[in-house]
Design a protein around this ligand. Structure first.
Ligand code: ADP
Length: 634
């Protein structure tokens, strides 16, 4: 990484992803340029929080200055804007890591997906989080001087870059701990060199920051703005979540979210409450409007910050929220936990368990409310986070029914994968005599929708849920019933339509099965070990045959999922069901010479129709071609 060194000064190159981020950001976020100040103030506030927390164990870090604040100053002549804090500061190594690389996992993949389409990329960049690098939207040179709290003044570090590809770093004396960021403004940014403009931006985006944001007072004198030697706090400087709900505007809630959520977009919804009783705490929890780019990364962070009596304790307090709610962002502020609480203590703490329960219930109630009051917003939520929430069906026994009520699933009731239905609506539409909720799992919406297993359901007008998310197999292994109606796979076990069939139909089916017994036996001996059983079915109206899994065997879809994930799945033999009215099946009755070939093709196409893979595709093709030639009389 090191290129040139003069004295203690080094020139280093940015990580490739940082270069890409800088390029994209400057261009795609230009119309939103003011957010740079929000991002830098947000970082300064986090740095103060971290210092206050570390100082709980080591008061010397305060260096006799425990008044934490953030200062903003501008210099018209030099055309600079300066943001400084007396927070935790950074060591040399930290500067190189934090301001030269992006540490988040999945970053490379994320950038590989970007298209260069500005509109789209602006949203994506926002989703990624812009942070410190947003300084380059308005500055063509950025100088950072910083010293970590507790280090000697000669341990200061100076970092400088024009944002094009490299930065320099050198040691520099710094008397005051913390970080100072000087932005050398680009051409055309001079409107930012105004006390009034800066104050407006601060009040708009950063009013909720807990630390005072301080500027020099100014007054009009002799027709010009004069800076006084007196400080003024520009923001409210009071923990937003500790204020009364009635006094907080939606706008303030939104801006606070962008700070705690490191997000660029407005949140979808939030819930704010003070909980009293055995545990006293305040919760302010948000549902983002977009999934973060790394939601599926194993080590992606949870988004809830823990405070104790308004002192920041930790980010990413994963114990505060169940895994299936890892998309929730916000703050929990406990009145009871000790200030020196550690992650290890959190893991075992009964108090945390009760906070987690309370937060989980709050979020579920918020979602129920959203589903009822604003279907469009709820659909948006579902599109972004539905697959995560589904994990809760298996993870949270206590809330399984509530989560089931929140599910939105594709169904034969609609035409597209996007038009989903709630289980309660399904139950409301059930046919007279129907006492089960039917579903099919497959590896895509189309495979589910066109599955031969649905034929009889379509004929009788019975709705079937079409489940094609990977996580759906997990949902149905854990969800046995909803509102007293059991969930039944249409691709497993014998088809029992119960009251949906009359006695005459059942009698006829029995007769047919008896008549066909000779044929089904013959097919079974031809397929031998490939199938567990061969039987007649009435679930098909168009297809000649289909495969079903035995009642207690794993579904074929789940077996394939496990296999593709490199896991071992028990090999379950399928049951071949044949349609006694289909001409191909009828033709089989009289086939002698080619019987085995016909049966092999029948089996293979049933396997293909449900999304399976053939063991020996070449033989299948050969057989089909031979049969085609015979039909055409050659
Ligand atoms: P993010 O804040 O999302 O982590 P940034 O790019 O904004 O990403 O910042 C990267 C890191 O640099 C921060 O996580 C923090 O560790 C460090 N940092 C940035 N600004 C400051 C500051 N004012 N004081 C101390 N550390 C800072």
């Amino acid at each position: 990484m090191s290129d040139t060194t003069t004295n203690n000064r080094e020139t280093l190159g940015f990580q490739a992803e940082v270069k890409q981020l800088l390029q994209l950001m400057i261009h795609s976020l230009y119309s939103n340029r003011e957010i740079f100040l929000r991002e830098l103030i947000s970082n300064a506030a986090d740095a103060s929080d971290k210092l206050r927390f570390e100082a709980l164990h080591n008061a010397a870090l305060f260096e006799n200055d425990s008044e934490l604040n953030i200062r903003i100053a501008y210099d018209k002549a030099a055309r600079t804007l300066t943001i400084s804090d007396n927070g935790i500061g950074m060591s040399r190594d930290e500067v190189i890591n934090n301001l030269g690389t992006i540490a988040k996992s999945g970053t490379r993949e994320f950038f590989a997906r970007l298209s260069g389409d500005q509109q789209k990329d602006a949203n994506l960049i926002g989703q990624f989080g812009v942070g410190f690098y947003s300084a380059f939207i308005v500055a063509d040179k950025v100088t950072v001087t910083t010293r970590r709290a507790g280090e000697k003044s000669d341990q200061g570090v100076r970092w400088e870059s024009d944002g094009s590809g490299e930065f320099t770093i050198e040691m520099q004396d710094k008397a005051a701990r913390g970080t100072e960021i000087v932005l050398h403004l680009r051409e055309g940014q001079d409107d930012l060199l105004s006390g009034q403009k800066i104050r407006t931006i601060i009040r708009k985006y950063s009013d909720h920051i807990v630390q005072p944001i301080v500027m020099k007072k100014e007054e009009w004198k002799d027709g010009a703005q004069q800076m006084l030697d007196e400080d003024e706090t520009v923001n409210k400087a009071f923990a937003l979540w500790a204020r009364a709900k009635s006094e907080i505007s939606d706008e303030e809630y939104r801006e606070f979210y962008k700070h705690v959520g490191h997000d660029f977009q407005d949140p979808l919804a939030w819930t704010h409450a003070r909980v009293e009783g055995r545990q006293e705490y305040t919760q302010l929890l948000y549902i983002p409007s977009r999934a973060p780019f790394d939601m599926w990364e194993r080590d992606a962070i949870h988004g809830v910050k823990l405070y104790v009596r308004r002192v920041f304790i930790m980010d990413d307090a994963e114990q505060l929220m169940p895994r299936y709610m890892r998309f929730v962002r916000g703050v929990v502020d406990s009145s009871d936990l000790p200030l020196n609480v550690s992650r290890e203590i959190l893991q075992e703490s009964k108090d945390i368990e009760s906070i987690r329960k309370g937060c989980t219930n709050k979020v579920l109630a918020l979602l129920e409310d959203l589903a009822k009051s604003d279907a469009e917003k709820y659909a948006k939520f579902w599109g972004e986070f539905g697959r995560v929430l589904k994990e809760g069906i298996g993870e949270d026994q206590a809330n399984k029914d509530k989560i089931a009520g929140l599910l939105r699933l594709a169904s034969t009731h609609a035409d597209t994968a996007e038009e989903t239905v709630a289980l309660a609506d399904y139950v409301g539409r059930m046919k007279e005599g129907q006492d089960k909720i039917y579903y099919i799992t497959a590896d895509s919406f189309n495979a589910a929708k066109n599955s031969p297993h649905l034929e009889v359901f379509r004929k009788k007008g019975i709705e079937v849920l079409l489940l094609s998310d990977r996580v759906d197999e997990w949902v149905v292994t854990n969800l046995f019933e909803f509102q007293g109606k059991s969930l039944i796979s249409v691709a497993k076990g014998g088809l029992d339509l119960g009251q949906l069939e009359d006695e005459a139909e059942k009698k006829e089916q029995e007769n047919i099965a008896n008549e066909m017994k000779e044929l089904t036996d013959k097919i079974k001996s031809s397929l031998a070990e490939r199938v567990k059983e061969v039987r007649v079915t009435h679930r098909l109206t168009e297809s000649p045959a289909c495969l079903v899994a035995d009642e207690h065997d794993m579904s074929a879809n789940l077996a394939r999922l496990l296999k593709s994930a490199g896991q071992k799945a028990p090999v379950a033999q399928p049951i071949l069901e044949i349609n006694p009215k289909h001409p191909v099946v009828l033709r089989l009755k009289t086939e002698e010479k080619k019987f085995d070939d016909w049966v092999a093709v029948l089996f293979d196409q049933a396997l293909l129709a449900e999304g399976g893979q053939l063991d020996d595709p070449a033989s299948f093709v050969k057989r089909v071609n031979q049969l085609m030639l015979e039909m055409s009389g050659s």
